[in-house]
Design a binder for this molecule. Structure first.
Ligand code: GUN
Length: 286
């Protein structure tokens, strides 16, 4: 069975739209998200365009600030300080990757945790680690858990979740989220010994490694739920550019009980969860 991220994301956006309307009517607050884009990475431009379109569609205020590739770290920090103090801005997102001369960690830390809708600030990752309800949680990991629940139901207790990948953006936070759901969690990565046999233990397998089609059918237990976070461009036999995940969908879909496609799986959920975080940030001081 295919777990359709487009449908689940649309449902989530419909719910958010109603909540945004209520917030306007009851408190005269319109949630505002500002996206900052530095330089001219083509993929980033596409992502940002989608974010802005969907933000507006749920009734939020969307602002985009574009800066030149040559922008200095100090200039970007100054801009973020201004946004931190702007009461009409509830969420701030600086699109990554940043040009090499700008330290991403310094920039992430320059956004106040209350407006850090990416959930990347150390204060928010600390809250997540501690299991505090108040944390703004990274968007892609939230999307992964929602999609797993869509297939398996609300209660994931006792399931063995194997996460392949240990990045700060996906692997680590998604591991903590599945732990909060009372799963047994294994974090595997490129240096893990016998990755296929670790993956075969998974009831829920999350692939977030960035290696096209790495996970094959014989890595997957029959009936497992597979969540594919990978977004990889490959050239197919016809010489055309093709978007594929970290999972070999054609063969793994025959073994798994549920699997997310690429595109149309985790991707759409990421933006929907960004909007969820923005609404949450806007409601913080009610
Ligand atoms: N670039 C690719 N994915 C993301 C994301 O989730 N947040 C930010 N800020 N940049 C990204």
């Amino acid at each position: 069975m295919i777990i359709d991220g487009k449908v689940v994301a649309q449902e989530l956006r419909n719910e958010l739209k109603l909540e945004v309307q209520q917030l306007k009517e009851q408190h005269n607050i319109t949630p505002g998200l500002t996206v900052v884009l530095v330089g001219d990475d083509p993929a980033s431009h596409v992502y940002v365009r989608n974010k802005i379109k969907q933000t507006t569609e749920v009734g939020m205020i969307s602002k985009e600030i574009r800066l030149a590739q040559t922008t200095t770290e100090a200039e970007l920090i100054e801009l973020l300080h201004g946004l931190n103090h702007d009461h009409s801005v509830h969420g701030i997102l600086v699109q990554l990757p940043l040009p090499k001369h700008i330290n991403e960690q310094v920039i992430i830390t320059s956004i106040i945790p209350e407006k850090d809708v990416d959930g990347f600030h150390a204060m928010n990752s600390g809250h997540l680690l501690n299991g505090d309800a108040g944390a703004l949680v990274p968007c892609t990991p939230q999307g992964c858990v929602i999609l797993a629940k869509q297939h398996l139901g609300e209660d994931l207790s006792g399931k063995h979740a194997v996460i392949v990948g240990r990045s700060n953006i996906v692997g680590k936070p998604v591991s903590l989220l599945f732990l909060q759901e009372n799963c047994t969690v294994t974090i595997a990565h490129s240096r893990s010994a016998d990755l296929p046999s670790l993956c075969r233990q998974a009831d829920i397998l999350v692939a977030a490694v960035g290696r096209p089609l790495m996970i094959k059918a014989d890595w997957v237990k029959s009936g497992a739920t597979v969540i594919d976070v990978g977004i990889n461009h490959i050239t197919n036999e016809q010489g055309k550019d093709k978007l594929v995940g970290d999972v070999d969908f054609d063969e793994v879909s025959k073994v798994a009980s549920g699997i997310t496609p690429v595109p149309g799986g985790v991707g759409p959920m990421t933006i929907a969860c960004l909007l969820k975080n923005t609404l949450r940030a806007a409601k913080q001081n009610l």
